[in-house]
Design a protein around this ligand. Structure first.
Ligand code: NAD
Length: 357
């Protein structure tokens, strides 16, 4: 590793990083707490078979920082945190594994609150909840908010409509060609909104079962190959699979005027690819703004879950997206930077209020 853990934390502004391991259950975890100015750090637990510990650490650091921005821009009183668990989900998951992890989360006394993420489910949260109160995303029958994907997809749909208004003067998506990359949880709910509005949906996924499932639900969608997707013509690119798909190579090929999708860390390098998108005239809805529906949903669970309130709050992504476009234009910066500035300003302003107490 080029930089030590502390140097990485300093460069990205993290408050605390906790390493946990338990040989009995095979648990190896990194809990990254980025910033708790606005409130306790909240972010999902990702279980992934990383190539090495360094990749896992970088992922935890990047994702937790993203959560700080996501909560701050969404007006939530939450900080940014994220946990990554290292290993093969199929081999590791057990009651004891989750409860051991729950004990580690509990030892942080609420400074980190966990939730679902890649390879973790409401059922896993239920086990974690046996050892700590600092867990969200519990099943509906436990008073939880359940699967966050429908609300994340709704937020993406709202942000996409706002971007359409900016691009074409109308937010109507009827007949617009939208490529949804990733027919997973969020991708499929997003397709539902798009199909309902009469958009022409194209999808790609590396998992045949997901394609089959999506096509079964929405027979009108067009399935395309994963190869050379940017050689194709479409109006809106909705990345709903992986991060870093907006990079020098893809931007050079892109013919669509809009990018609006659910994936985290869509820009391979925000300093390079943010300005590159502006230069090419491609409107980009910042990832941490458009995909905040899940965290907004979960934040409502903390006050006692109410679905209508969740939908209403997630719907505000529409106006927030338009505000970011205005600010980006006014300050002549790319949209990701404009969104980061608003989030940073809120954190700074609230920190000042706290000092004055
Ligand atoms: P998911 O795992 O259910 O779906 C992802 C899909 O992408 C899978 O079907 C997978 O096969 C596919 N995929 C993986 N690599 C691909 C590739 N190279 N090309 C095409 N498809 C590929 O995940 P999800 O919950 O739907 O989340 C989608 C994205 O949105 C993720 O990046 C996630 O971090 C982000 N996100 C999700 C939520 C949420 O509420 N679930 C909230 C915020 C952000």
């Amino acid at each position: 590793m080029q930089q030590s853990v502390l140097e990485l934390m300093q460069s990205m502004g993290h408050e605390q990083v906790v390493f946990c391991q338990d040989p009995h259950t095979g648990l190896n975890a990194i809990i990254a707490i980025h910033n708790t100015t606005l409130g306790p750090s909240l972010g999902g637990t990702r279980l992934w078979n990383y190539n090495n510990h360094e990749d896992a650490l970088i992922d935890a650091l990047r994702l937790s920082r993203g959560m700080t921005y996501k909560s701050a821009i969404s007006g939530l009183n939450l900080g940014g945190g994220k946990a990554v668990l290292i290993g093969d989900a199929a081999k590791l998951k057990s009651e004891a594994y989750w409860r051991r992890y729950g004990k580690f989360v509990n030892s942080l006394n609420g400074k980190y609150i966990t939730a679902e993420d890649v390879n973790t489910s409401s059922a896993d949260m239920e086990y974690i909840g046996m050892e700590t109160e600092f867990v969200t995303g519990k099943p509906d029958y436990m008073g939880g908010s359940g699967d966050p994907s429908p609300l994340t997809a709704y937020g993406v749909y709202m942000g996409m409509k706002a971007a359409a208004k900016k691009a074409w003067g109308s937010d109507v998506l009827t007949d617009k060609k939208v490529l949804v990359q990733g027919a997973g949880n969020v991708g499929q709910y997003l397709m539902g909104h798009l199909v309902e509005e009469g958009a022409k949906v194209m999808i790609c996924d590396i998992n045949e079962a997901k394609i089959k499932q999506a096509k079964g639900k929405y027979p009108a969608i067009e399935v395309i190959s994963n190869d050379n997707i940017f050689d194709r013509e479409f109006d809106i690119y909705a990345p709903c699979a992986l991060g870093a798909t907006v990079n020098t190579e893809s931007i050079n090929k892109m013919k669509c005027p809009l990018i609006a999708g659910a994936a985290n860390n869509q820009l391979a390098d925000e300093n390079i690819h943010g300005p590159m998108l502006v230069e090419k005239g491609i409107i980009y809805v910042p990832d941490f703004l458009i995909n905040a529906g899940g965290i907004i949903n979960i934040s409502i669970e903390l006050d006692g879950y109410n679905r209508d309130r969740a939908l209403n709050t997630v719907g505000k992504i529409y106006n927030r997206t338009l505000e970011i476009f205005d600010l980006a234009e006014k300050e002549s910066v790319h949209t990701q930077l404009a969104a980061m500035r608003i989030a940073e300003k809120r954190i700074k302003d609230i920190a000042n209020i706290r000092v004055g107490k």
